[in-house]
Design a protein around this ligand. Sequence first.
Ligand code: C2E
Ligand code: CA
Ligand code: CA
Ligand code: CA
Length: 272
Amino acid sequence: AKTDGRGTYCFFEPAMDAGMQKRRKLEVDLRQAIAGSQFEIYYQPQVNAGTEEVVGFEALLRWHHPERGLVSPGEFIALAEETGLIVPLGEWVLRQACKDAASWPGHVRVAVNISPVQFRSPSLIHTVISALADSGLSAFQLELEITESVLLTDSETALATLHHIKKLGVRIAMDDFGTGYSSLSYLRLFPFDKIKIDQSFIRELGDSKDCAAIVKAVVDLGSSLGITTTAEGVETTDQLDQVREHGCTEIQGYFFGKPLPFSHVEKLLRKG
Ligand code: C2E
Ligand code: CA
Ligand code: CA
Ligand code: CA
């Protein structure tokens, strides 16, 4: 243990050092990764629940770490947010996803995740406008996925940003619906185009009557508000049958396809 300069002992410091060192290494790696283009976007299909036609793809970030191989966003998004690196990284995702999607048929959308930190960045609107202009992608083909946490702090500014983006013709989806605290009041505050029902509810559909009731209630709520609903994380035929029965508009999950590199998306779209 060391003194912290005020004469008190910090017994937890050695343990913190190891964690901090790992974090610092990850942060250095992350900075290098942004500079050295070690990132790739994978795309996961979203299909119409009735026709099973592909209506869009969600852009999901992947990091090709030089030593560790493919690193998933669960391992680095939080740190990228804490360090602010999510802003340049998120800008890159937005620009690249728009470029990629510009070669798809006009009815196929691309959905891009926007971190709360990136959402609050003053450059967001400009980035959206210039990503569309540079790629030639129609605004209607772009959907931004945000979580309700963006509305938690300074909600007036957040609402103004959302309205501005929507005026451009870009669609706004509420991601991970049901996992936060105030979902319902936010639906009243802003006309979302889509609700994505969190996969935790879909996973339990087979075992939990409560989850089925919640999914049904969210779909009904969506349909009376004129909002599309997407079931996330559909893996089995049983889950598929249930979300269809409840009336979900769109489906995303391993059942229809895992996230794929861009080159595979082209093949998938050509096939059908
Ligand atoms: P999310 O936005 O909720 O994305 C859905 C996650 O669920 C993805 O994980 C996807 O691969 C996974 N998934 C989809 N279908 C299934 C399924 O049937 N079963 C299971 N078990 N999982 C399924 P992924 O790609 O690891 O991304 C995790 C999270 O990282 C995302 O959750 C999102 O919050 C964040 N993320 C990913 N890419 C970006 C990005 O470009 N920017 C930001 N800000 N966040 C991102
Ligand atoms: Ca998402
Ligand atoms: Ca989600
Ligand atoms: Ca999530």
